[in-house]
Write a protein that binds this ligand. Structure first.
Ligand code: ADP
Length: 340
């Protein structure tokens, strides 16, 4: 019966989830050179191994001093498809339907491909959809498959955190909106974009300096036992991680940069405190970590896509991005890797 099918599926899923439990997974994605850049297509990425290693070369140095290796759960090459990026994330997304909480982050400097990974370049083309829409499509699909056994309700919430202030995008007070298919969510996105009171260029500029969080809440009632489970998935497109030259930043720009630095380092602190199983987890140090508190730590699972821009002039940012990512991954990486 379909109920037994659900149980069996849950058991398989549970095993996969056990593999992920407590582990912070870090995946690295290298953006391809964009059409206009191909003429000088020399890359800081020297080598990408199937073992999750990436070797970066410093264009200003020679010999073995010029090379540095960073190690993650996985490194995706420039030709990885949106589908391939999503596949490993699927069990984590699906676990939300069993009552787990999860967070998926996109980290990297502006222009490294964070929005490409999370949203995709074109909402009208399903093949190019990013993690957000693939996750929603999956959640709706599975909840329909399980409809005989469990009645699910899905709702979404879209917020932006800009200068430590929280703004709801789809509705003024950032409340939950019930949705029943991916199209509902696409429609909401359009409203959200209209609600941002800025033009297209300004929107791009600003979105690179704000964290955008799409939260999917799932509530499922078991039709046999009547028990209720709740899960939630946060999909977070982080503000650009680039350091701002002190001399360049004044006024509004300086304030933005300080808020971004503060919240990204607060996120790093929380994740590494969790990994070290510290007594005190410093959630309260930023709006971002406060918003995500219930989905970071405990039984919640965290995954971070770290984005690399392979251009030579991005070398400095690439190294600082990879160092941040290594710090986030460090403690649990050994355990996570031995699961492979
Ligand atoms: P970010 O969100 O980090 O600022 P974007 O996602 O906007 O960066 O990417 C910057 C540019 O690079 C965009 O034009 C985007 O379409 C392109 N791009 C990013 N990642 C890829 C990729 N994997 N394949 C092809 N183009 C990409």
């Amino acid at each position: 019966s379909s109920y037994h099918k659900v149980l069996e599926e849950n058991r398989l899923l549970y095993n996969q989830v056990q593999d992920l439990k407590g582990a912070i997974r870090v995946y690295c994605r290298v953006r391809p050179f964009l059409p206009g850049q191909q003429s000088n297509g020399q890359s800081t990425v020297d080598y990408i191994g199937e073992d999750g290693n990436i070797m970066i070369v410093n264009p200003l140095k020679q010999g073995k001093d010029a090379r540095k290796v960073f190690s993650f759960n996985k490194v995706f090459t420039t030709n990885a498809t949106q589908e391939q990026i999503y596949v490993d994330t699927q069990p984590l997304v699906r676990s939300v339907l069993d009552g787990y909480n999860a967070c998926i982050f996109a980290y990297g400097q502006t222009g490294s491909g964070k929005t490409y990974t999370m949203s995709g370049p074109d909402l009208m083309t399903e093949e190019t959809w990013g993690v957000n829409y693939r996750a929603l499509r999956d959640l709706f699909h599975i909840s329909k498959e399980r409809a005989d056994a469990i009645k699910y309700e899905v709702s979404v919430q879209m917020i932006e955190i800009y200068n430590e202030q929280l703004n709801g995008l789809n509705v003024p007070d950032a409340c939950l909106v019930p949705v029943s298919c991916t199209q509902d969510v696409l429609d909401l996105m359009k409203i959200g974009q209209k609600n941002r009171a800025v033009g297209a260029t300004a929107l791009n500029e600003r979105s690179s300096r704000s964290h955008s969080v799409l939260t999917i809440h799932v509530r499922g009632r078991d039709l046999v036992s009547n028990s209720v489970l709740k899960g939630c998935l946060h999909l977070v497109d982080l503000a650009g991680s680039e350091r701002v030259e002190k001399s360049e930043a004044v006024g509004e720009r300086l304030k933005e940069a300080q808020h971004i630095n503060k919240s990204l380092s607060a996120l790093g602190d929380v994740i590494s405190a969790l990994a070290q199983k510290s007594q005190h987890i410093p959630y309260r140090n930023s709006k971002l970590t406060q918003v995500l508190q219930d989905s970071l730590g405990g039984h919640a699972k965290t995954l971070m896509f770290v984005h690399i821009n392979p251009e030579l002039n991005a070398f400095g940012e690439t190294i600082s991005t990879l160092k941040f990512a290594e710090r986030v991954a460090s403690i649990e990486l050994g355990a996570a890797k031995s699961n492979k």
